[in-house]
Design a protein around this ligand. Structure first.
Ligand code: MLT
Length: 394
C-alpha cells in the first residue's frame, strides 16, 4: 500500500481560519436573522483601485486579439513586472537586480512552496504569536519547529538568542497578529545572527505598506548583510486589495548561498519545473500597482483601513481594554477582558454581539488570553462593531 505523508496526522483538524469560518457558518445557520460583523480573517473589502482595473481590462482585451495575444509567461515572472518591482525597491533606496525578484501568486502559496529549497532535516524557528501557516507548512514537511514565545515584556519583538537556534528563521514585520514592527537595530541583530549561524531568514513583508513611521524598515533587504541571509516574501493582498485576485513577489538575492548552492538559481529551477507562471492578465494588473497613479490610489485605500483601526482603537480605549497594533499594521491585538481565554471570548462576542475576531490561541499557545481584530472590514461594519463592543464591554 502506498505510504502517505504521516505528518498530516500531526496537524490540528482544520486550519485556523477555516475552523472559524465553520463556526461562524454554523452560528448563522442557527440564527439566520442575526447580522454578523466579520473582523476575523484579514480579508479586504475595498475594490481594486482604478489603475489596476484599467490595466486588467486592457490585458483582457489584448488576450482577445490575435496580434496582442500572449501565451505562457516566463515562470519566474514577466520582465515588465519584475522590473517594476525592482524599480519600486530602488525608489526606496534598495538596489535589486530584476532577476532577484520572482512573481508569485501570493505570500501564503510562496511561504509553503519555498520550503522546497531546504532539507527536511532542517529546523524552523517561529516567533509566536505567529501566522499559523508558518507552523502548519513545516509540520506537513515533518520539520522540527522551535517555538520562540514573545509577549508584552519584549513588545512581541524578541531578540535572537544562542539558546534558540534553527536553520530557518521566520520574521514577520509588521507582525501578524500583534502589529509589532522591528526597528532597524533590532532587525539588524537578527540579520547578524543569521549570518553568524548560517541560517536563512524568511522575511514576511506582507504588511509593509501599513508602516507609517519612516524610521521603521519596510524591507529587510536594506539592512547590512541581509543579501547573504534573507529571502523576502511579499504580497499585494493587503497592500493593493489582491486577496481574491492573487499576486505577490519574492526577493532572493544572488549572494544567498548555502553549501555551495545559490538559492536564487535553485528557485529558478523550482519555478520552471513546478509552475507555468502567473497569468499575463494578473501580472499587468499587478504592474499597475507600481505606477505613480497606482501608488497614489492604493494609499487612499490604506488610509481607509487605518481610519477603521482608529475607530476600533477608540472603542477599546473607551472600555479600557489593553491592546497594541493598529498603527503600523492592520490588526489590533487585545487582551481578552474578564480573564476569558481566547476561544471563550470568541464565543462570547459571536453569541452576544455577533462580532467575529480571531482567538489569540490560534497563533500559538502564547497568544492565549489575547484576541485579534482585523481592520479590513467595511466602514459601516467597523463602526457598528465598535458600537456593539462599547455596549457589551462598558
Ligand atoms: C490573516 O487574517 O491572518 C490573513 O489574512 C490570512 C492570510 O493572509 O492568508
Amino acid at each position: 500500500m502506498i505510504a502517505l505523508n504521516r505528518h498530516y496526522a500531526d496537524l490540528k483538524d482544520s486550519y485556523l481560519f477555516a475552523h472559524i469560518a465553520q463556526k461562524v457558518s454554523a452560528y448563522q445557520r442557527a440564527n439566520p436573522n442575526k447580522s454578523i460583523l466579520r473582523l476575523g480573517i484579514g480579508d479586504v473589502t475595498l475594490p481594486l483601485c482604478d489603475a489596476v482595473i484599467a490595466a486588467l481590462h486592457e490585458a483582457v482585451n489584448e488576450q482577445a486579439a490575435k496580434e496582442s495575444f500572449k501565451g505562457y509567461q516566463p515562470e519566474c515572472g514577466a520582465p515588465f513586472l519584475r522590473q517594476a518591482i525592482a524599480n519600486h525597491y530602488r525608489a526606496h533606496g534598495i538596489e535589486l537586480k530584476d532577476d532577484e525578484v520572482f512573481v508569485s501568486s501570493g505570500a501564503s502559496d510562496e511561504l509553503g512552496d519555498i520550503l522546497d529549497l531546504f532539507d527536511r532535516s532542517s529546523s524552523a524557528l517561529v516567533i509566536e504569536p505567529a501566522y499559523p501557516a508558518y507552523v502548519d507548512a513545516n509540520v506537513i514537511a515533518g520539520r522540527r519547529i522551535v517555538h520562540l514565545p514573545s509577549g508584552r515584556e519584549n513588545g512581541f519583538l524578541p531578540e535572537p538568542s544562542e539558546e534558540v537556534q534553527a536553520d530557518l528563521i521566520y520574521l514577520c514585520s509588521p507582525n501578524n497578529p500583534t502589529g509589532a514592527v522591528f526597528g532597524k537595530d533590532q532587525l539588524q541583530r537578527w540579520v547578524d545572527f543569521a549570518n553568524e549561524h548560517g541560517s536563512v531568514i524568511l522575511f514576511d513583508a506582507a504588511y509593509e505598506a501599513f508602516i507609517e513611521d519612516d524610521n521603521l524598515p519596510r524591507s529587510i533587504m536594506g539592512l547590512d548583510g541581509a543579501r547573504s541571509c534573507a529571502i523576502e516574501i511579499c504580497s499585494l493582498s493587503k497592500t493593493a486589495g489582491f486577496t481574491g485576485t492573487r499576486a505577490g513577489y519574492t526577493v532572493i538575492p544572488k549572494e544567498l548561498v548555502r553549501g555551495g548552492m545559490r538559492l536564487n538559481d535553485m528557485w529558478v529551477r523550482n519555478r520552471t519545473t513546478k509552475t507555468n507562471g502567473v497569468s499575463y492578465v494578473l501580472q499587468k494588473g499587478a504592474a499597475a500597482v507600481f505606477t505613480p497613479e497606482g501608488q497614489r490610489q492604493i494609499q487612499e485605500n490604506l488610509r481607509y483601513y487605518k481610519e477603521n483601526a482608529r475607530i476600533l482603537m477608540q472603542a477599546l480605549d473607551e472600555v479600557g481594554v489593553w491592546y497594541c497594533g493598529g498603527k503600523n499594521a492592520p490588526y489590533l491585538w487585545l487582551e481578552c477582558p474578564g480573564g476569558m481565554d481566547s476561544w471563550q471570548f470568541f464565543d462570547y462576542l459571536l453569541s452576544e454581539i455577533q462580532v467575529v475576531g480571531t482567538p489569540g490561541a490560534g497563533f500559538g499557545s502564547c497568544g492565549e488570553g489575547h484576541f485579534r481584530f482585523s481592520t479590513f472590514g467595511s466602514r459601516e461594519n467597523t463602526l457598528e462593531a465598535a458600537e456593539r463592543l462599547r455596549t457589551l464591554l462598558a
